[in-house]
Design a protein around this ligand. Structure first.
Ligand code: AMP
Ligand code: GLY
Length: 421
């Protein structure tokens, strides 16, 4: 098999790394990829927002299969473009990707299918009405911009003032453009969050290993939200019975509902859940793997990933038996100082080879580039130091020992990934 991976971050590096290990895989391309990903794949430049260009590239390369990392091309209709050219792809079509692309579509779908979720207070396309509605709500409550806002479109409001300020930015100032033309107000839920990610072929479901990410920038879940400071995966994050309940009450009805509504879902489906005292409830859907959850998940994947993706594209996922070994994994994200705010780039990175020297650690590149033959920082999230082990403690110890060997000016990372859950 020759496989094309779309994207260029830490998640895509992890996908490429795992696919390259498959005995069936001859060649892996990654578009646009990165200097780090080029260690395992042939990288080709392309704009992720230009779906015709991406499909054109695939038409030229003729991969047996394409797998998409980020949501944006899917929300823009990349899978439809591929289908119209007869190219095989793992990723939902535009209508199915609305589960992530429109929070209002997702909410209304959840209600139609009676899948547990936060109670909705209202949907507004007028700023004045939204401002007025906020005055009638008792905090805490949640405001969500309808469209994709790079992770910045949700506020759990603890005061009406805070809510009004956020609403002004979203609706009056249109800080996120069209994504803020409608907002959703909903109930604030409490509990622990869980990323429940499955691979789907439109009908069958292959649940991936359970993983949890750490979104806040500092230890103990302090400080602002980020794209993800690290993730861990281990069986038993939740009891087996709860896992079955989530499959039965959330995942199965989601896939059945999408199929019934004429948009069968093919690809990775990420259910962002709140485990509330009244059971699991959906906070959001993403139409992709999580980043850095993906890095932790592939580190435990003990089956042929390329085979599974091929089966997903063919609607034959029921023939794949997943195996997860070792039992635990940890991915620690090394970030530039100041992230998620302003940060410097171009800092020299040292110690990556030393970190990987033992053979049981893999360093995925997220925001790096080569300068005069050595890596420098090129983003907020720079590297994902990933290790597996027989238990969470040993996986974390391996990842942290390796992280300690890496250096760049301003480097920051959380010291508690996988330590508490
Ligand atoms: P979303 O993009 O919808 O996942 O929202 C991002 C984050 O906002 C989630 O991971 C939660 O931490 C938080 N969040 C979203 N919806 C709610 C809710 N209804 N109650 C509490 N927290 C929420
Ligand atoms: N790590 C969270 C996400 O990928 O959305």
């Amino acid at each position: 098999m020759n496989i094309l991976v779309i994207g260029g971050g830490g998640r895509e590096h992890a996908l490429v790394w795992k696919l390259a290990q498959s005995p069936q895989v001859e060649h892996v391309w990654c578009a646009p990829g990165s200097d780090g990903i080029a260690q395992q794949a042939e990288c080709l430049p392309v704009s992720l927002t230009d779906t015709a260009a991406v499909a054109g590239l695939a038409a030229r390369l003729k991969p047996d299969l394409t797998v998409v990392g980020p949501e944006q091309p899917l929300v823009l209709g990349l899978a439809d473009e591929f289908a119209s050219r007869g190219l095989r792809i793992v990723g939902p079509k535009q209508a199915a990707a609305r589960l992530e692309g429109s929070k209002i579509f997702a909410k209304q779908f959840l209600e139609r299918q009676t899948i547990p979720t936060a109670k909705i207070y209202g949907i507004y396309d007028s700023a004045a009405e939204a401002h007025a509605a906020v005055e009638g709500l008792a905090p805490p409550f949640v405001i969500k911009a309808d469209g994709p806002c790079a992770g910045k479109g949700v506020l759990v409001a603890n005061s009406r003032d805070e809510a009004q300020t956020f609403l002004s930015r979203v609706m009056d100032d249109r800080e996120f453009g069209e994504a803020g033309s409608q907002v959703l107000l909903e109930e604030s839920l409490t509990g622990k969050e869980l990323s429940f990610i499955v691979l789907a072929d439109g009908e069958h479901i292959l649940p991936l290993a359970l993983a949890r990410d750490h979104k806040r920038v500092f230890d103990g879940d302090e400080g602002p939200n980020t794209g993800g400071m690290g993730a861990f995966s281990v069986d038993g994050i939740i009891p087996k019975a709860l896992e079955s309940l989530i499959l039965e009450k959330v995942v199965r009805p989601t896939l059945d509902g999408m199929a019934r509504e004429g948009s069968p879902y093919v690809g990775f489906l990420y259910c962002g859940l709140m485990l509330t005292p009244n059971g699991p409830k959906v906070l959001e859907y993403n139409c992709r793997m999580g980043d850095p959850e993906c890095q932790a998940i592939v580190a435990r994947m003990d089956f042929d990933f390329a085979d599974a993706l091929g089966a997903a594209a063919e609607g034959k996922l029921n023939r794949i038996t997943p195996r997860w070994n070792p039992a635990a994994s940890v991915c620690v994200v090394l970030t530039s100082g100041g992230y998620p705010g302003h940060y410097a780039t171009g800092e020299s990175i040292s110690g990556v080879a030393e970190a990987e020297a033992g053979g049981d650690v893999i360093v995925f590149h997220a925001g790096t580039r080569l300068k005069d033959g050595s890596y420098v920082t090129a983003g907020g999230r720079v590297l994902g130091v990933t290790a597996a082990g027989p238990d969470l403690g040993s996986a974390a110890a391996r990842a942290y020992t390796a992280a300690g060997r890496i250096h760049f000016d301003g480097m920051h990372y959380r010291k508690d990934i996988g330590v508490q859950y």
